[in-house]
Ligand binder design. Structure first.
Ligand SMILES: CC(C)(COP(=O)(O)OP(=O)(O)OC[C@H]1O[C@@H](n2cnc3c(N)ncnc32)[C@H](O)[C@@H]1OP(=O)(O)O)[C@@H](O)C(=O)NCCC(=O)NCCS
Length: 165
């Protein structure tokens, strides 16, 4: 079931929502194609729609005085909504207004309510992303499986971001 969040005092004009029908495929594609989303790439519209439909998406929307709703951000969770969640395609175009922090707070609240969730995972860069997450996502930390006697493997496929190829 989708949910909406507003906070007219802190974020006037903005709505955070998990509604699938509000997602603006064209706006998301433009963001994926931009330098801001350095790991992403434009996708065929039907493929992008499928990707969004199969994810738990937090869309950030701005409604101006003209009443037109515009998508200005996204955070996408690839998740079974029980045991695992992977955060990706997180961006805000109206930056520096606290919206990214708000998305993390709302998302963390939802994830904390899932009693069987094992972990949230995500990749970020150590200089820009890591300080943002450490400041705004309580108790998140750099993964250290090795000291616990484990390691993590991956296999990259054709859609892997160029930065990892
Ligand atoms: C990272 C991003 C989502 C943050 O969204 P935002 O709405 O601009 O961030 P906020 O305004 O909520 O900032 C919240 C706090 O984090 C800080 N912050 C924001 N971006 C930061 C960064 N890259 N590094 C360190 N701190 C950062 C802000 O200064 C602010 O601090 P304050 O609470 O002390 O004032 C946004 O800048 C963005 O889309 N960047 C490009 C895409 C990207 O890098 N996404 C994350 C990839 S893992």
């Amino acid at each position: 079931m989708s949910q909406d969040w507003t906070d007219p005092t802190l974020y006037p004009g903005y709505t955070l929502s998990t509604r699938k029908e509000w997602l603006d495929v064209s706006a998301v594609n433009d963001a994926l194609d931009s330098e801001m989303v350095y790991w992403g790439a434009r996708l065929p519209v039907d493929v992008l729609r499928k990707m969004l439909d199969n994810s738990l998406c937090f869309g950030v929307y701005y409604t101006g005085p003209d009443g037109v709703r515009q998508q200005v951000g996204l955070a996408r969770l690839v998740t079974d909504e029980v045991s695992f969640a992977y955060l990706t395609d997180f961006y805000i175009t109206h930056q520096g207004k606290g919206l990214g922090k708000w998305v993390l707070q709302v998302m963390d609240g939802i994830l904390s309510s899932w009693p069987h969730l094992r972990r949230l995972m995500f990749i970020t860069d150590p200089t820009r992303g890591k300080p943002f997450y450490e400041a705004n996502l309580p108790r998140c930390h750099e993964q250290d499986l090795v000291s616990k006697g484990y390691t993590m493997l991956e296999k990259l496929y054709d859609g892997a971001p160029k930065i990892f190829q």
